[in-house]
Ligand binder design. Structure first.
Ligand code: ADP
Ligand code: ZN
Length: 520
């Protein structure tokens, strides 16, 4: 295809790259052939090139819609550095910047104009762009269009209308994270005619996938990092204060660890980011605020100190490791507290019932992944709509996690939950089953229950694990009034009354190591 040959020459001449990344060439050839394209490609696969290169080769104006102002600015800076005429219009533009971008646009000097969705759907911009003539509309992070996606942006909903108002230019939509429902939703809302759809494999064979139940998270993270001094990595934590405490603890262990979260002063934040990007061996301890658009090829590990809220978020975050294709390790810690916290966060959100249902379902998928019994990679890829066999390399493939018929253990837990009035947490249930007459057990008279001591033969952590697995399996749900308490679901009742059996991963594989001293 001659246009592809031309594209490859431009790739070398303008960008300095020898060849396309896997999947890129096909997408670019299709874009150059003038077809509408919907490309689903993993993070780091080089999606931006799919509209940057055609803009260079073709001439005409490409309008790029992108949700993050910082990201747009970075891209514009990079492109200008390569001698490509690019500018951005967004809410953070000062007036001169905006005016200058506009003048270049009207003169026909711009190849790429990056706009934020808010700006694009706002006052009169579309009409003016339409007058100037838009050859191509590129939608970055196209999953933001869909209610099903994890980053829904209402302004993205209007992009179909924008396309029409622009006189129907070619559309190139790109996203890294889309399950099937999201994909269908995006395609329906954006395109006038069926686009060519490209789904690049999401498999990142160089990423090691590993989960571990939370035991003593600080210790677990320190252990993980011990052999990794001097390599760059990211530790994600769920709260701002936790990133700061963890960064301090890791620094005390001799790591070059820096905190990063949206509450830090802007200057400090960008300083930490620069240090991470420019120097070797820095550990960024961050909230999810860190990462979108971070382009460091040699991040060697990603650790989740707390369980992410969805499989999309999980995969996107670990996907920041190993972009150079060399092996990289990931470790995700998860515990009951995470699961309950995420549930509560969804319940506390000011959203409609349908949206809440979607979010709970996405959380369920993440919990299922954490508690998965067979190949971890297979489970992740299945979530993204790819079917394949076990990978043989993930933590589960290697450990051959054993399933056992856990119906009787489950019934003990469920019965303890019912008999204590459906308001206590996993630790209390474990103490009860083991027959430990703790202060709380005595105060509530739980040492007089029939289930008291019914599970003395198993360790406390084994009972906590079973409780967590029952929660993950949807047999238990969070009690609404009490923190950390459980109630039975219909599935829980079916198991308790012997109408349904349940298999669980053997707790000896997934349980936290038993420890001597007990801490709350
Ligand atoms: P994505 O948006 O898919 O996460 P980017 O578009 O940000 O990925 O690209 C990731 C990195 O890969 C960028 O640094 C980009 O310059 C680089 N890149 C893109 N295409 C190629 C290529 N053909 N060869 C080498 N590097 C590339
Ligand atoms: Zn596997």
């Amino acid at each position: 295809m001659p246009s592809l040959a031309r594209a490859r020459a431009a790739l070398k001449r303008v960008f300095g790259y020898d060849d396309f990344r896997p999947g890129q060439g096909e997408v670019i050839a299709t874009v150059l052939a003038g077809e509408d394209v919907f490309a689903v490609m993993p993070t780091g696969s080089g999606k931006s090139m799919c509209y940057q290169l055609p803009a260079v080769v073709d001439g005409g104006l490409t309008v790029v819609v992108s949700p993050l102002i910082a990201l747009m600015r970075d891209q514009v800076r990079q492109l200008e550095g390569l001698g490509i005429a690019a500018a951005t219009l967004n809410s953070a533009n000062d007036e001169t910047e905006g005016r200058e971008a506009w003048q270049r646009l009207v003169r026909g000097d711009l190849a790429l104009l990056f706009v934020s969705p808010e700006r694009l759907v706002g006052d009169g911009l579309v009409a003016r762009l339409s007058e100037a003539g838009v050859r191509r509309l590129a939608i970055d992070e196209a999953h933001c269009m869909s209610q099903w996606g994890h980053d829904f942006r209402p302004e993205y909903r209007q992009l179909g209308r924008v396309r029409e108002a622009l006189g129907g230019p070619q559309v190139v939509a790109l996203t890294a994270t889309a399950d099937r429902a999201t994909r269908a939703d995006v395609a329906a809302g954006l395109f006038a005619r069926a686009p060519r759809v490209f789904v690049h494999s999401f498999d990142r064979p160089n990423l090691n996938l590993r989960f571990a139940p939370k035991d003593r998270p600080r210790r677990q993270i320190e252990d993980f990092l011990r052999g990794r001094r001097g390599v760059s990595g990211i530790v994600y934590a769920a709260s701002r204060s936790r990133t700061e405490r963890l960064a301090e603890a890791l620094a005390a262990e001799g790591h070059r660890a820096l905190p990063y979260h949206a509450g830090l002063d802007q200057g400090l934040r960008s300083r930490h980011q620069d240090v991470f990007l420019q120097e070797d061996g820095v550990v960024m301890v961050a909230t999810v605020a860190f990462g979108m658009g971070i382009n460091k090829p040699d991040v060697r590990f990603v650790v989740h100190a707390d369980m992410p809220g969805s499989v999309e978020a999980y995969y996107q975050e670990i996907g920041r490791a190993g972009r150079d294709g060399l092996p990289a390790d990931t470790l995700t810690l998860y515990g009951l507290d995470d699961m309950a916290l995420r549930r509560r966060q969804i319940d506390d959100k000011d959203i409609d019932a349908e949206r809440r249902r979607i979010e709970h379902r996405r959380l369920d998928a993440m919990i299922d992944l954490a508690e998965a019994a067979t190949c971890r990679r297979q489970a992740v890829l299945a979530y993204f709509g790819e079917e394949r066999g076990p990978c043989g390399r993930c933590d589960l493939c290697r450990s051959e996690a054993k399933l056992y018929d856990a119906t009787i253990d489950a019934q003990k837990v469920l019965s303890a939950v019912v008999r204590t009035g459906e308001r206590f947490g996993a630790r209390h249930v474990a103490d009860l089953l083991r027959g430990e007459a703790t202060e709380a057990i005595r105060r509530h008279g739980h040492d007089r229950l029939k289930t008291f001591g019914a599970g003395a033969g198993r360790s406390r952590s084994a009972w906590i694990t079973t409780t967590r697995q029952l929660f993950a399996a949807g047999a238990l749900a969070a009690a609404s009034d009490e923190h950390g308490g459980f109630r039975l679901t219909p599935r829980g009742e079916a198991i308790l009354f012997g109408r349904e059996r349940i298999s669980l991963r053997s707790p000896e594989e997934s349980a936290p190591r038993p420890r001597g001293a007990r801490r709350a």
